[in-house]
Design a protein around this ligand. Structure first.
Ligand code: MN
Length: 516
């Protein structure tokens, strides 16, 4: 990547002043990285330039792009953060600092299963950086994507490490932000390095299988197009082929039989509005026989990362099984591009739209986890003990949506229990929880909630938290609130789980000693 390529793209997107500022940053970074080389032998500056280019393609604001250009200067050259602040302003400096901290944190968390206690500080730095400004992680994703694209010139050991980390940390992060295309690019690259033989085998398998079905699918497509036109519907159809990595994961579940994978190739229909999505679903079902178990309404109940679409799988008269995905252009953009697309749509391209501090309300429900992450981060900072398991649940598990009877949406990690919900709504509701009704039926305290559940907490004024509730909460939020209440009630000391109590006490003592 070279300067003129970045500037050509930038000139189309940003105004003259912004473009000039970007050019200034590029010249500054070029000078600072002078003499440094990438593993491939190319000048180092090609990397930050590639990152900036990607960020422009993702429709990011100019501050993010400039921070992308400067992202390695503080770590790898003699540039000081203050210098960046003076030259490019506080926002850019904040972003560069965040990206630098993520890199430092990363060094401490080699793999997700074994957070060591000493990595806690690093991890909390990561969390704070991410939760204060989502753009930090978006820049980091662009950085990682380019590193994956150029992974070939790294030594084999490093390739494995970086690929694994991309698969375990960065691809899920991209998924959380709804950035489906980035997640897929990252997974495909990582998988091709981690299991090269399997990757090639599956690639071959897909090619063979697609050759067979493409022609049949083409006939179905024509038929559908004809019918939609007849019904006066405005639409666009395109085919999508399943990625190698998601095929690999699915095959693991389906005993390795590719014949059992129905959605190897799907037809995607994009229409102007939500109502038309449902109309098209109806038309398809009147043309072909749907497989009932495979109808999915992700419009009414979006996936936890905000993904929306209607999915259906039908059987044609010639016994061809075809999957359809129906969505609006806006839903499509979200599915492919995620959070940056949403900023684009809401025209919040000014800095403040991205930062959570000032604009908490601007974050869509599916991104509540960012808020929750900041909470975890600040508790870590205050010296609270949070176990590795706990962190994994809070940060890296899949999320579900549940509803209050009034229809308010709450976002919880998968596996969350009713008390987690109660404490999320309000700590007093948790405190006085007496029983639960889920989708109208009585629900046990130890039975996990599912995506889309409507959860009603039945409270009794005189009902109090009990010590065995500590086994009935999964999130660290609920655990912290519950602990506090148990301590106030004098119950926690009486529990036989001595270790927990000692740790709690130790934390409180050490907090008193240290005045900061
Ligand atoms: Mn970098």
């Amino acid at each position: 990547m070279e300067k003129h390529e970045v500037m050509a793209l930038a000139n189309d997107v940003y105004d003259d002043i912004q473009a000039a500022e970007l050019e200034h940053a590029i010249d500054f970074a070029t000078k600072k990285h002078e003499g440094q080389k990438r593993r491939s032998g190319k000048p180092y500056i090609t990397h930050p330039l590639a990152v900036a280019y990607t960020l422009i393609e993702w429709d990011m604001d100019i501050d993010s792009v400039i921070a992308g250009v400067l992202h390695d200067t503080v770590e790898d050259t003699d540039v000081k953060l203050e210098e960046i602040e003076t030259m490019f302003g506080r926002d850019v400096a904040f972003l560069v600092d965040g990206v630098t901290k993520v890199s430092q944190a990363r060094a401490g968390m080699r793999d997700l299963d074994s957070y060591l206690p000493q990595t806690k500080d690093n991890l909390s730095k990561l969390l704070i950086a991410v939760s204060q400004d989502v753009r930090v992680i978006i820049i980091k994703l662009a950085d990682r994507l380019h590193n994956m694209q150029t992974l070939g010139s790294m030594p084999a050991g490093k390739q494995q490490k970086i690929a694994r980390e991309s698969l375990e940390v960065f691809a899920p992060m991209a998924d959380r932000l709804g950035m489906g295309r980035v997640r897929m690019q990252m997974e495909e690259l990582a998988f091709s390095y981690l299991e090269p033989t399997e990757f090639k085998r599956l690639q071959g398998l897909v090619k063979k299988r697609l050759g067979k079905s493409t022609r049949k699918l083409g006939a179905v497509r024509l038929e559908v197009e004809k019918e939609l036109k007849k019904q006066g519907i405005e639409f666009e159809v395109n085919g999508r082929v399943k990625s190698i990595y998601s095929l690999h994961r699915k095959l693991e579940k389906a005993n390795g039989n590719i014949e059992d994978i129905y959605d190897l190739m799907a037809l995607r229909i994009i229409v102007p509005d939500k109502e038309t999505c449902y109309r098209v679903l109806g038309i398809l079902h009147s043309m072909y026989q749907p497989m009932l178990a495979r109808i999915k309404d992700y419009i009414a109940v979006p996936k936890p990362n905000g993904y929306q679409s209607l999915h259906t799988t039908v059987i044609t008269p010639s016994e061809e099984i075809v999957e359809f995905q129906i969505r609006t252009q806006e839903m499509h953009d979200w599915a492919e591009r995620g959070l940056p697309a949403s900023f684009h749509y809401h025209e919040q391209k000014n800095t403040k739209g991205y930062t959570r501090k000032k604009h908490t309300a601007a974050l869509p429900t599916e991104l509540q986890w960012i808020t929750q992450m900041q909470e975890v981060a600040s508790r870590l900072r205050e010296g609270e003990e949070i176990s590795a398991d706990q962190l994994n649940i809070d940060l890296f598990s899949y999320r579900i949506f549940v509803y209050s009877p009034k229809g308010d949406i709450y976002n919880l990690p998968e596996g969350a229990l009713p008390l987690d919900f109660a404490y999320l709504v309000h700590s007093e509701i948790g405190k006085h929880a007496y029983s639960f009704r889920v989708n109208g039926k009585i629900h046990a305290f130890d039975k996990p909630l599912k995506n889309g559940d409507v959860v009603e907490v039945i409270t009794r004024k005189l009902s109090q938290p009990k010590s065995d509730w500590l086994d009935l909460v999964k999130t660290s939020h609920a655990r912290a609130k519950l602990r506090m209440q148990l301590r106030k009630l004098g119950i926690l000391q009486a529990v036989s789980g001595a270790a927990a109590i000692i740790r709690d006490k130790a934390v409180r003592k050490s907090k008193k000693k240290q005045p900061n």
